[in-house]
Design a binder for this molecule. Structure first.
Ligand code: ADP
Ligand code: ASP
Ligand code: MG
Length: 437
């Protein structure tokens, strides 16, 4: 039995948490490979080490001196080492990294050092080997993750280590520079290691007792989910349920390794199991989870008889492609087409995009409206339960909220609704209450 265990930033924020993490690892000999994040927040307004490293990078870019600020980072690690009573000096590493930052090492290099240092300390504390992720996680020239090479090299390396710590979040480019995954990416590292180790289980330890049906910061005390499928989870995490990085599903999915979300501060809780497929179905609930995000815009294009015009959609999407914008949803009718994109991706290009669409497809009108929030209602049970969509829409309109967009059908396990941003919290609560009595 092999378990790969990943601990998030809040699980490794200080020495007490390190002790707790070590006791969890030591409680089960199967927990052989450990993936740590960088130290996270110790209290509400604390700053994550990763964020401090990004700040250092920006300071150097603005030609500011980082000596004073860097001391805060050094203090986090030195504090942990001292409180754990480790006979170990990390000042050489800290000095080297500071120097590299001052000499404008890359942004990703800067960010990755949070995991790197934490990995070294955790390995010492546990008495495990340290394997630097830069030797076993590879990216391609175009910046995408090289899963083939990584899986081959990592597999061989892991065989040489009975027990090891592998820092999360980063790997290496073909030219030898460090590259990170996107924020929260240690979850992906854990999944990659689980696959290469042929693990029986990937345990992802965080600060909540599993995945909850909806965001606990918006709905009070939501029910927790005991079992969820990879697909459901991906829909929910893509839509903002921040517990697990949305791309962390892929590596384990190939190998059919379940993920168990667990709480470092309540290790007795069973947490949430994420599995390939599941037949257990709670008729009381029907839906598995609800998640949502603000910050979307709709581009609405009108033209008479557009649906009979061959190549219309392609021409429009080509314009987005030329502007490097990906779209989220594409509801369309006979004479109109709407494209939902993230507002941030439009930036200062919106006028250019509108004009190009007007010109290239001879549209009658093109309008962009901001302030849209999207909510995804996700559940494998929706296929069986008739009338789920109607219940979703009724609950929203009964709360006096106007629905601006509906996208159902492209995936039979989810319904997406678009509403005004200021209705977001209210809508999430209304939908939740409709399905959970
Ligand atoms: P880590 O540092 O362990 O990677 P994250 O902060 O990335 O932890 O993810 C855990 C957090 O996700 C929780 O503290 C919680 O605030 C938030 N969260 C958002 N949506 C949900 C949800 N549906 N269920 C549980 N937690 C959620
Ligand atoms: N430390 C990184 C971040 O803050 C990666 C992670 O936590 O997974 O995004
Ligand atoms: Mg995380």
């Amino acid at each position: 039995m092999i378990k790969v265990v990943k601990f998030g930033g809040s699980s490794l924020a200080d020495a007490d948490h390190f002790r707790q993490v070590a006791s969890i690892i030591k409680a089960d000999p199967a927990r052989r490979y450990v993936v740590p994040s960088a130290p996270g927040k110790r209290f509400k307004d604390d700053i994550k080490v990763t964020d401090m490293l990004y700040t250092c990078y920006n300071m150097v870019k603005n030609q500011e001196n980082i000596d004073e600020y860097y001391k805060n980072i050094a203090a986090r690690y030195n504090g942990i080492i001292k409180e754990l009573g480790l006979d170990f000096d990390i000042s050489g590493e800290l000095e080297y990294i500071k120097n590299a930052l001052q000499h404008r090492s890359g942004r990703d290099f800067a960010a990755s050092r949070g995991e790197y240092l934490n990995g070294i300390i955790l390995a010492k504390y546990l008495g495990y080997d340290f394997i630097d992720a830069e030797n076993i996680i590879f990216f391609k020239d175009n910046g995408t993750f090289d899963e083939e090479l990584t899986n081959t090299v990592m597999r061989e390396e892991l065989k040489k280590h009975e027990r090891a710590v592998i820092p999360g979040f980063y790997g290496v480019m073909p030219n030898g520079t460090i590259k990170t995954f996107s924020r929260g990416g240690s979850d992906i590292t854990g999944s990659i290691v689980a696959r290469a180790a042929d693990a029986d289980l990937y345990e992802n330890w965080t600060d909540v007792s599993g995945f909850m049906m909806t965001d606990p910061r918006i709905v009070e005390d939501p029910c927790s989910i005991s079992t969820i499928t990879y697909r459901e989870l991906r829909e929910l995490s893509y839509m903002g349920a921040g517990v697990l990085h949305e791309d962390a599903i892929f590596p384990v999915r190939y190998a059919n390794i379940p993920i168990n979300i667990r709480n470092t501060n309540a290790p007795e809780a069973e947490g949430t199991m994420i599995v390939a497929s599941s037949s257990d179905y709670d008729a009381e609930k029907i839906i598995t989870g609800i998640a949502g995000k603000k910050g979307f815009s709709v581009i609405t294009i009108e033209k008479d008889m557009m649906n009979s015009e061959i190549g219309f959609g392609r021409k429009v999407l080509e314009i987005l492609e030329d502007n490097e914008i990906s779209f989220e949803h594409l509801p369309s009718g006979i004479d109109n087409m709407s494209i939902v994109v993230s507002t941030a991706s439009l930036e200062d290009r919106r006028e250019k995009i509108v004009n190009t669409i007007l010109r290239n497809v001879r549209a009658d009108s093109v309008a962009v409206e901001d302030g849209l929030a999207l909510i995804a209602i996700v559940g494998r049970g929706m296929v069986k339960a008739k009338g789920t969509a109607a219940r979703v829409f009724d609950s929203i309109s009964n709360a006096g909220i106007n629905i601006r967009m509906i996208d159902q059908g492209s995936s039979e396990i989810s319904i997406i609704v678009g509403i005004e941003e200021h209705d977001f919290e209210k809508a999430l609560n209304a939908i939740y209450r409709e399905f959970v009595k």
